[in-house]
Design a protein around this ligand. Structure first.
Ligand code: 1DX
Length: 185
């Protein structure tokens, strides 16, 4: 994955736990990269090892780390660096999720070595949908939950997430049943 992803993990850990903890996590992960370059590609294994080591050092399940990271990605990384892309994506959570495929097509034009997941929405109503997530990568379903929570905050929307089909349990891909309620007019 692009270095931007590992750098976002670094930012999240340093911001909440401090630099020393981050150094311990890198050491535990056997990662000796000093600085992650945002637009340079890194082996996915580095990202997985960082998440695994963060789980060990912080005493939290990897799913919790991934979920927190998903939220951080939307509220900090994507918002700070790619704000226009995010706001161009829609003016409500539902609109944004339905536009995600075109958002990723645009990002892919800028960064052709991206391996983006693919998304689709089915059974869409005014306050619910089934949200489909397909990825070449394994084990990142909790990251998506964090992304959805972050997007909910971004759009002042309370989201209830039910993971109704899980690849980790043998399903073809992950499906989340979402219900939402806007908290601001
Ligand atoms: F709901 O792969 C909202 O490296 C969402 O299963 C989901 O393959 C917003 F400069 C620049 C760069 C860089 C910008 F080249 C990425 F470095 C991408 C910015 C997407 C904002 C996907 C990151 C693939 C790297 C992947 C989870 C899970 C998608 C991470 C979240 C908006 C992004 O992102 C999986 C890679 C960006 C960039 C966004 C992603 C790769 C997402 C979202 N993905 C790199």
């Amino acid at each position: 994955m692009y270095g931007l992803v590992n750098r976002a993990i670094e930012e999240m850990v340093c911001g909440s736990q401090g630099e020393e903890t981050w150094e311990r996590i890198k050491c535990e992960a056997g990662v000796d990269t000093d600085v992650f370059i945002g637009n340079q590609g890194y082996d996915d294994a580095i990202t997985y090892r960082l998440v695994g080591a963060a789980s060990q050092v912080l005493g939290l399940p990897p799913e919790r780390i991934l979920e927190a990271f998903g939220e951080h990605w939307v509220l900090k990384t994507a918002r700070d660096g790619y704000g226009e892309l995010l706001t161009a994506g829609g003016s409500s959570l539902s609109e944004f999720l339905q536009n995600l495929p075109s958002l990723h097509a645009r990002i892919n034009l800028m960064f052709p070595h991206l391996t983006p997941p693919s998304f689709s929405c089915t059974n869409v109503t005014a306050e619910s949908m089934d949200f489909h997530y397909r990825s070449k990568r394994q084990g990142l379903a909790p990251f998506m939950v964090g992304l959805l929570r972050g997007l909910g905050k971004l759009f002042d929307t309370e989201v209830y997430i039910e993971h109704i089909e899980a690849r980790s349990a043998g399903a073809d891909h992950d499906v989340y049943h979402l219900r939402w309620r806007r908290t601001q007019p």
